[in-house]
Design a protein around this ligand. Sequence first.
Ligand SMILES: CC(C)(COP(=O)(O)OP(=O)(O)OC[C@H]1O[C@@H](n2cnc3c(N)ncnc32)[C@H](O)[C@@H]1OP(=O)(O)O)[C@@H](O)C(=O)NCCC(=O)NCCS
Length: 145
Amino acid sequence: MNMIKEITTQETFLVRNLVLRSGKPVETCFFDGDNLEQTKHFGYFDNGNIIGVVSVYKNKNSIFKFPNQYQIRGMAILEEFQGSGCGKLLVKHCEGYLTSNYANLIWFNARETAVTFYEKLGYTKNGFPFPIADVGIHFLMFKNL
Ligand SMILES: CC(C)(COP(=O)(O)OP(=O)(O)OC[C@H]1O[C@@H](n2cnc3c(N)ncnc32)[C@H](O)[C@@H]1OP(=O)(O)O)[C@@H](O)C(=O)NCCC(=O)NCCS
């Protein structure tokens, strides 16, 4: 059976490590704010195994004027499950959770290779591409809720 449910910070590490920090120590999979009370982590379960993860943080980006902003980080689907709709369902799950928490805006730094995925979900690029050390070129993207 497949389902999305809330998971702990530790439960995100395996998928983050394999997909986003491949070959790097597991310590690199801990992100600032992971253990804050307002942070939520969600996992996509396939037959009891976590095959995709995403996290939302209450974090204001000064570029945007909206008061109740959230950042998405750590969006990752195991390679063998990519392209089967799990990522889309995880983003939509975050949007549902944030809408019920009166969020005004979702933003994140998207890898350039994932920009089209987010555009298909209604997100817009803001400004120019920029590098993030050891990861690559990113775009700031956002969506008003
Ligand atoms: C990017 C990622 C999260 C997308 O999740 P996914 O489960 O593979 O994507 P889905 O199957 O839900 O795809 C939804 C739609 O986006 C498209 N899409 C998915 N990944 C894409 C990509 N990298 N480039 C272009 N389009 C993409 C799909 O073709 C699909 O299109 P459709 O609705 O027209 O059929 C996932 O592939 C992944 O973990 N990639 C590696 C890590 C990464 O880049 N994370 C994002 C960091 S910002």
